[in-house]
Design a protein around this ligand. Structure first.
Ligand SMILES: *Cc1c(COP(=O)(O)O)cnc(C)c1O
Length: 392
């Protein structure tokens, strides 16, 4: 017999979705109202203001796309890329490959700048690509690579693009709320994010922001945007500032209650405090993992506090451990991807999930399973090492 679905209460410490705050879940359950109801229009204005704070931008065109992070990515590409354009795309993990796919589906040429998975984007290689392709009109890169746990230098990359007369598209899906995202200070032109990583919200919404330069390029397009749904000229009619709101699509009303609540939580905590919390929990997790005898893969200066790439000890079965964590501890961590598959785990400490309890819970569970499997670890040291960081 089919019946109502009651999911277990998991602890989500993978690459996303991450634990959703109970405050956000309860906002989701409030009564649905019309998406053109004056009260909902007020809420939209508040969401825009809260997103401008989260992105640290004054950009007028700042809004949540009604679809997951991948749609935010696509929105940036389809609006800024025209057939025949040249776009420099940086790839140092999974998501750069998706950017290439987007560029090519827009009828443009992607010039790939590749770096090893686990390394940041090389500024020198990007500069060399601009030297070889002065016609490039866009630079696209991932700020926080969730597939590897690496942060790239967004300020330097956006400045380089601007210097070469190109606009920048920046993937901040995993960075927003977890580490500094400074859209205006960077001079970034199109930035997209997601709600299910460090914003402590449900999956399925993608905050985006476009600079005045990007808006001008969109307004001057000669080719219609290939996607009707993601065409910003049309969406501006619904989300646009002073103009009367026109129906474009039915906004996911309750999802936006949830987003509003999560952004309000971020504002109440303050960006700096939220970043500090992510850093602190990351330091405790790393201290615990290293005390246990596990090794981190990414160099300390490029590590993301919200996504920790850990080397799996020799002889340990990747899937067996992850399955045991899920079955016995209701704890989800992520598998490695690409060349890192089977060799690494990805432990997320994102948004609401970045807390002391989760750090200790994960270390305890991982240690118990690894010890049972006979892995060469130092039992009993991880939790005191993490506690020492918390007590600092
Ligand atoms: C998760 C993620 C995306 C895609 O977001 P979805 O909500 O899964 O569509 C894009 N880029 C990065 C860096 C991500 O981590």
């Amino acid at each position: 017999m089919t019946s109502s679905f009651y999911p277990p209460v998991r602890t989500l410490m993978g690459p996303g979705p991450s634990d959703v705050s109970p405050r956000v879940l309860s906002a989701l359950a409030r009564p649905t109202i019309g998406h053109l109801d004056p009260l909902f229009v007020d809420l939209m204005d508040q969401i825009k203001g809260l997103l401008q704070y989260a992105f640290q931008t004054a950009n007028e065109l700042t809004l949540p796309v009604s679809a997951p992070g991948s749609a935010g990515m696509e929105a940036c590409f389809v609006n800024l890329v025209s057939p025949g354009d040249t776009v420099i795309v940086c790839q140092n993990g999974v998501f750069g490959g998706r950017m290439k796919e987007n560029v090519e589906r827009c009828g443009a040429t992607a010039i790939m700048v590749e770096d090893a998975w686990g390394e940041p984007v090389s500024i020198d290689k990007v500069a060399a690509a601009f030297d070889q392709h002065p016609e490039a009109s866009l630079l696209a890169f991932v700020h926080a690579e969730t597939s590897t746990g690496v942060r790239s230098d967004a300020a330097a990359l956006c400045a380089l693009a601007a210097d070469r007369g190109a606009l920048s598209i920046v993937d901040c899906v995993t960075s927003l709320g977890g580490i500094e995202v400074l859209v205006d200070a960077w001079g970034a032109d199109a930035v997209y994010s997601g709600t299910q990583k460090c914003l402590s919200c449900i999956p399925g919404i993608s905050p985006v922001t476009f600079s005045p330069r990007a808006v001008e390029r969109i307004r001057n397009r000669k080719h219609k945007v290939q996607s009707w749904f993601l065409d910003m000229q049309l969406i501006m009619g619904y989300w646009g500032g002073s103009t009367k709101r026109a129906y474009h699509h039915t906004a996911p009303v309750n999802d936006l209650y949830a987003l509003h609540e999560s952004l309000l939580m971020l504002q109440e905590e303050g960006l700096e405090s939220a970043h500090r919390r992510h850093r602190h929990n990351h330091e405790a997790l790393v201290a615990g993992l290293e005390a246990m005898g596990l090794a981190m893969v990414v160099a300390p200066e490029y590590r993301l506090p919200q996504l920790n790439l850990v080397r799996i000890p020799e002889g340990v079965d990747d899937a067996l451990v992850r399955n045991a964590l899920l079955r016995e501890y209701d704890l989800e961590i992520g598998a490695g991807l690409g060349a890192l598959a089977g060799k690494t785990w990805r432990i997320g400490l994102m948004g609401f999930a970045s807390n002391e309890r989760n750090v200790l819970y994960c270390l305890g569970a991982l240690e118990a399973i690894l010890a049972r499997e006979g892995a060469p670890i130092n039992a009993g040291r991880a939790i005191p090492a993490a506690r020492a960081v918390f007590n600092r």
